[in-house]
Write a protein that binds this ligand. Sequence first.
Ligand SMILES: Cc1cc2nc3c(=O)[nH]c(=O)nc-3n(C[C@H](O)[C@H](O)[C@H](O)COP(=O)(O)OP(=O)(O)OC[C@H]3O[C@@H](n4cnc5c(N)ncnc54)[C@H](O)[C@@H]3O)c2cc1C
Length: 433
Amino acid sequence: MNEAPVRADARYVLYWMRRNRRAHWNHALSYAVRWANEMGLPVLCCEELNCGPSANDRMYTFALEGVAENARRLAALGCGYEFHLREKRSERGCRRLALAAAALVTDDDAEPFALDFDVPVAAVAVESSCIVPISRFEKREYAAYSLRPKIMRMLPQYLAPMQPVRVKHRYAERARVAFSPVGIQRMVAACDIDHSVKPSLSIRGGVLEAERRLAHFVKHNIARYAAQRNEPSKHATSCLSPYLHFGHISPHEVAIATRSEPAFQEELIVRRELAHNFARFSEDPRSLKSLPEWAQATLLKHAAGKRPHVYDRDQFAGAETHDELWNACQREMLLDGVIHGYYRMYWGKKIIEWSATCADALETMLYIHDRWALDGRDPNTYANVLWCFGLHDRPWQERPVFGMIRYMTLEGMRRKTDTEAYINEIRELERSA
Ligand SMILES: Cc1cc2nc3c(=O)[nH]c(=O)nc-3n(C[C@H](O)[C@H](O)[C@H](O)COP(=O)(O)OP(=O)(O)OC[C@H]3O[C@@H](n4cnc5c(N)ncnc54)[C@H](O)[C@@H]3O)c2cc1C
């Protein structure tokens, strides 16, 4: 990340855990340990939560639920661990530790982290977010069909179990972090963040919970995934997207555990890594300008098309449309921070149909994801929100408002899925709230 030298008189190599909040299956941590072993130093790992503009109780609670287990596992490996909760926007956390390190290792990501302060020591970013590193590609891929053969060619090289991390020089002080649920509530309440977005009702964070969900999926769902993943009331999917987003689980670990199911690997590897490719190589992954030309042209041609209903951002956010199924999807988002993948497509398509303009529709989808989605603010968010506008898709038959963009109907949802079962489930969820 820079040209600075390794610092000679330092006590540790710092691993700044910014994206992949886990101590296992973590290539950046593994790199930091090997580098520190060569220098005869221990590794200190630093994790922090800072008050970004969209920080709220839901995101903070989910991340904090992973901290105690990260501390325990890093101590077992022999690494130091410091967790910083930046309660106020002005506080400085891990940066202080970076200034005193021999060298800095951090996570590379689809949207690479800029070092927004001057690091006087050698700094390296290592990717552990995708299976085939995003940097193996040089440009934006057109769609899944163009990425798939390239990924499949490189997969044998990258999809291998990781060698265990072996620390030669243990960090002297042992971190003791024990956060009870009440303790987490108190910490979150003391932060200068948005307290109006409550923690998810049923989704708890952390590596232990991620591993439990993966084991449950492999035991109970994987065999029926291909047949039932588009029937929300069957609960056949993995529910791993929040954990992949916070880095509480590694895509390598998930891919190796699910090798027997090609339909799942298509989503986890091809679709997810296509989204990372899009986020890395697009000038602005949150803009309609990143759509293919045919999609921009057809949406422009139909910009003045008459909408059957028009809602504004707050009506959408409040689940106040005429459509009971759509409102149930939005309530799932408000209460739990996710929407089932199949209904999420319907949810997005209808926002396009019922917004005054495409720009308004995009703003609404991103606003809702930024605020409420546990897996939001992710390459998957941007690629999939723009998929609703034609990204990575092909032209379909022309129709009002959508032009040649793929369209979805309530009748289609009723025909293909048990919408009543889902609506009743969301009512139950609301009652439990
Ligand atoms: C409008 C819209 C917005 C979306 N926003 C997000 C988002 O903010 N974050 C997010 O992670 N996903 C998003 N998706 C993609 C998809 O809906 C979720 O990844 C999926 O529903 C998560 O549930 P799961 O973990 O049970 O998925 P599973 O079916 O169990 O799939 C396993 C994993 O594969 C990946 N995956 C699945 N479907 C897709 C896809 N279409 N594109 C890329 N990767 C995929 C995810 O990482 C997922 O966790 C969005 C889809 C749409 C249509």
